[in-house]
Ligand binder design. Structure first.
Ligand SMILES: [Zn+2]
Length: 146
């Protein structure tokens, strides 16, 4: 039975040849995608200080992903690749997917099959999603105190 565009026979061959779980090989229009080692597991993401976000495909909101909390609940070897989540916005409850970047200024990569990328993040970086810097002028500081 085919899984995506890769048959189970091909997946078995990949497992035998590479000793890496097939989850990390994604067929993308005839090519194979090999996920960076730092994105493969929660433990690796934490060790490499990977930045993880999630986006709801229904309401479009982004969420921070608490990797240490996931590690406590699911363990080091849990992966966010090809997983989805239920949006926590009360009026939404849509489906979301995970994305990761090596650093705040690196492009976010949807942790899902590239041919089916549900987030289509383009050149978006985690820094683009950060709140604006607070004003640093003395007047702004005084305005906050008053
Ligand atoms: Zn939502």
């Amino acid at each position: 039975m085919p899984v995506g565009n890769v048959s189970r026979v091909q997946i078995s061959a990949l497992v035998c040849l590479s000793n890496i779980p097939p989850l990390f090989y994604i067929d993308t229009m005839g090519g194979r995608r090999i996920w960076p080692a730092s994105f493969r597991t929660i433990g690796a993401m934490i060790d490499s200080e990977t930045v993880a976000r999630a986006k709801c495909t229904c309401c479009g909101n982004f969420f921070d992903v608490d990797l240490p909390a996931l590690q406590l609940r699911r363990g080091d070897n849990f992966t966010l690749i090809n997983r989805h989540l239920v949006c926590k916005i009360t009026s939404c409850r849509g489906t979301g997917f995970f994305a990761a970047a090596a650093h705040l200024d690196d492009r976010l990569v949807t942790l899902f099959e590239a041919a089916l990328d549900p987030l289509d993040l383009g050149e978006l970086t985690p820094r683009d999603l950060e709140p604006p810097e607070p004003p640093t002028t003395m007047g702004a500081a005084l305005a906050r105190v008053v």
